[in-house]
Design a protein around this ligand. Sequence first.
Ligand SMILES: Cc1ncc(COP(=O)(O)O)c(C=O)c1O
Length: 394
Amino acid sequence: MNTREIFFRHQGQTSAFPLAMEIERAEGLYLYGREGRRWLDLISGIAVSNMGHGHPRIVAAVQEQAARHMHTMVYGELIQSPQTAFAAKLLPLLPASLNNIYYVNSGSEAVEGALKLAKRFTGRTELIGFNQSYHGSTHGAISIGGTEAWKAAFRPLLPDVRNLDYGVVDQLSAISGRTAAVLIEPVQAESGVTLPPKGYLEALRSRCAETGALLIFDESQTGCGRTGTFLALEHSGVVPDILVMAKAFGGGMPLGAFIASQDVMKVLTCDPVLGHITTFGGHPLSCAAGLAALTAMLEEERMAQVPKLEAQFRDTLKHPAIKALRSCGLLMALELERAEKTQAVIAAALDAGLLTDWFLYAPHCVRIAPPLTITPDEVSWACARLLECLDKDG
Ligand SMILES: Cc1ncc(COP(=O)(O)O)c(C=O)c1O
């Protein structure tokens, strides 16, 4: 059996049309396949590889930590220097009230922890999320996000969940004294990069404060410098009660976290004890990689480059087939007329050596979210290829 047969016959498939290129290695902006083929990564493994692939500092940090120790004990029992060193680097970048980090393994898991924390802290049960938000694939995460078409096959899901339309101020009155938490992305990614209208997040913050509901920001995609600031919340200045981090947070290793004030977080410590636990959360290799990625991003001053690179994409990507280009930093969606055209562009781009994608709830949009390490020359090259692909029929 060759590797292709093993992949298709013996690995669970997420769709009937995986990309299925065989990757031999990845370095910088590029993924390398067989027979010398390479693709410029315009999507960062879906907002993960913010510092590119194989960054020497991240690789060295993982190797050093692997030699020192890997897993020693379930999360929360032992003091492990990769976790504490990462926390020390991270805390000055967070709003002062978000001072207590609970490490987990992934975005979904961080969302589950955040929802449980809010229920436990408020003693309430209602959870509010937004249509076309994606927060992960676990039962809790799909209960609160998504679209009905996406959820229906998995019902019954969590009870007492409501979904509002993203960005509609009038609907915020649905948040009440029954609401434990409102979970939102400060920029909604999988709907094809939807920015909140001006004043919306502020209105949401006020409504949560009025009713005592905890506000949770999911910055899994928008965090770690992707929008030009460490967190997307810095664009509005709105501070949530709980922050979810994942994806680029682990520098290419699996890592997530939910972050709150110590006052809020401490309710998970007792009644019951061990009411929220994880074996591998905050894995030493993941925290070492996350710390190295964050240190490199700050020292290389990557966030300062983001607005210039975003502007270059925006100025260059002009084409009659583009209906809109929505962006917040290097999180961009190129809206085309139809999903079929988007699929044709993605396929043509792959042939031309460029890896792009679509969005879960916006199949008519092309995803552009390259590593923050992309250079202006690479932006020019990628845009030229994309424009050629847009010229083709489809
Ligand atoms: C905003 C957001 N939250 C949560 C998740 C889930 O993260 P994970 O796949 O690590 O569970 C994702 C994944 O795409 C996401 O985009």
